[in-house]
Every structure is written in structure tokens, then in C-alpha cells.
Ligand binder design. Structure first.
Ligand code: AMP
Length: 281
């Protein structure tokens, strides 16, 4: 595995590889590091359809609302590099902030068509503009044929898809399933901040989502689904931030059965904010 910290080094390596491997595909996975099996599942997906696997690890300051969260974000560079090497990553891009945001370079402005005004966007103003900006920059640097994103960040998938379409970037976007632990908790870098007891308590998230899915399958109305999901969640010590049944494309809440909908949830488990979602039909 080769490691690059500069855009120049990265692009030169990819250019050389492409010159020797015409017709083959570059697969790209952007991450913020503190890597776990969830990230590795994206690499496994990438290996199925791409020939050169490029992973970036960059903690993007533009997508944090609170300076303390940015400072607190786990940074585990050498463990990340070891894990990536072991799992078949070919190129690791590890840029400094100044490499991604050179002084004087304008930010990409984007109209997210309201996709960022619901759920995560409501509680994290400006977050998705920051995500889109960095993803666009990275996609323009790496120029992959395919980019891989996890459905763990459901709203991010919808918004990045919108950005790629709007900009007409020549890249296929692949949305990959959520990787969970044996207790059903979606893997996340933030789980490392949970105590063992909190990890147990956080299982209520998955139970709530699964209850909602079962009720939908039984043909219950969405009002009943919503009410029962909230009632179950209330039995826990977690603090609910939002629970929404939404249309997968518009991300707007739906009040009656729709053929393509999901339930999305954010909650605090102690001081740790967790998100999760499940496709309902
Ligand atoms: P992050 O490092 O948190 O920015 O995540 C990088 C990518 O990994 C994003 O596309 C996430 O959605 C994805 N990801 C994170 N956790 C999981 C998981 N448990 N299952 C699948 N994908 C994940």
C-alpha cells in the first residue's frame, strides 16, 4: 500500500496506474479515519467492482458544528494504515487541512434543494454543505470510476448523490449496507466512546427500527408505527433527538404508505450522539 500526503503525489500515482491499466477501474472510499469493520465493509464492496482501491482519511473541519467535537474526534493514523493495508487498500491518501483547503481556493457552493433542512441538517446546520464541499474536492482529485458510501449515513448518501448529479461528475456512486455488531448496534467511530453498559443500552435503537419495520410489514398505519416505535424507545435511558419515517428520495416525512421509505433516528446515549436507519419496505 502506498501512502500520499499531497494531492500531487496522489494524482501522479493514479495517473501512472491508469496509463498501465486502461479499462480498469479506480474505486474510492472517503473516510474520517478511526477505522472499523464498517469502513472495511466498504473496501470489501469496492474490491468486487474496482481494481485500484483508494481510501482517504481526512477529518474535515468544515463539517463540524462544534470546535470541541473536531478536537475530540479520534485520530488513529497508524492503526488505520495497518488495517487498510491488511484489508487490501492500494493507496491511502492522508492530506493535511492545507492540502485540501489551500489558501485562496474558493469553496464549492451548492444548492441542496432542501435535502439538508431535515433530520441531521436540522440539528447540524452547515454540516452537509461541509460534507459536499470536501467530497467534491476529493472526487475531483482522485477521479474514481466508482465511489463508495455507507447507508449508515443515509442522508449523506442522498445528498452526495444529489451533488454528483448536479455537478455531473463522471462517477458512479455505490451505497453500501450498514455493518452492525452482534447486538445490532451500527458500527461507528463514536462507539469507542460508549461504556460497555451504554453499548448494551444502545441496542434499543436497533430494536426500535426493527419494530417499525415489522409493523409496516404487518400493514399497520404509519401513525401506529410511529407511536409504537416512540413508546418502545421511551423505555430506554437514551434521549431521542428525532425519529422520522421519510421518503427515501425527498427525505421528507411521509404520513401514509410509500413504496420507498425508511425510518431514521438520532439519539444521545450518555454524551454520545448515535444515528441509525432501516429501509421499511
Ligand atoms: P466516516 O469515517 O464516519 O466519515 O465514514 C466513512 C464512510 O464509512 C461513510 O460513507 C460512512 O457511511 C461509512 N460507514 C461508517 N460506518 C459504517 C457502518 N457501520 N456500515 C457501513 N458503512 C459505514
Amino acid at each position: 500500500m502506498e501512502i500520499f500526503r499531497t494531492k500531487k503525489g496522489l494524482q501522479e500515482a493514479i495517473r501512472l496506474w491508469k496509463a498501465q491499466n486502461t479499462q480498469k477501474k479506480v474505486g474510492f472510499i472517503p473516510t474520517m479515519g478511526a477505522l472499523h469493520e464498517g469502513h472495511i465493509s466498504l473496501i470489501d464492496a469496492a474490491k468486487m467492482s474496482s481494481d485500484l482501491i483508494v481510501v482517504s482519511v481526512f477529518v474535515n473541519p468544515a463539517q463540524f458544528n462544534e470546535q470541541v467535537d473536531l478536537e475530540k474526534y479520534p485520530r488513529t493514523e497508524s492503526a488505520d494504515a495497518d488495517l487498510l493495508k491488511k484489508n487490501g487498500c492500494d493507496i491511502l491518501f492522508l492530506p493535511e487541512v492545507s492540502e485540501v483547503y489551500p489558501e485562496g481556493e474558493p469553496k464549492y457552493e451548492i444548492d441542496l434543494n432542501g435535502l439538508d433542512s431535515v433530520m441531521e441538517g436540522m440539528f447540524r446546520p452547515g454540516h452537509f454543505k461541509g460534507v459536499c464541499n470536501v467530497v467534491e474536492k476529493l472526487l475531483r482529485m482522485v477521479k474514481p470510476e466508482i465511489a463508495f458510501f455507507g447507508l449508515k449515513d443515509f442522508q449523506q448518501v442522498a445528498i452526495v448523490k444529489h451533488m454528483i448529479n448536479l455537478r455531473q461528475l463522471p462517477v458512479e456512486m455505490m451505497a453500501c449496507p450498514i455493518k452492525r455488531n452482534d447486538g445490532g448496534l451500527a458500527l461507528s467511530s463514536r462507539n469507542a466512546l460508549l461504556s460497555e453498559q451504554e453499548k448494551e443500552e444502545a441496542r434499543i435503537i436497533n430494536w426500535t427500527l426493527r419494530l417499525a419495520k415489522n409493523l409496516v410489514n404487518e400493514g399497520k398505519s404509519l401513525a401506529v408505527v410511529n407511536e409504537n416505535a416512540r413508546a418502545l424507545f421511551k423505555l430506554s435511558n437514551l434521549e431521542l433527538e428525532y425519529l422520522e419515517i421519510i421518503n427515501n428520495s425527498s427525505l421528507k416525512p411521509v404520513s401514509s404508505m410509500h413504496k420507498n421509505m425508511s425510518i431514521c433516528l438520532a439519539a444521545y446515549c450518555g454524551k454520545v450522539r448515535l444515528i441509525d436507519n432501516i429501509q421499511l419496505n
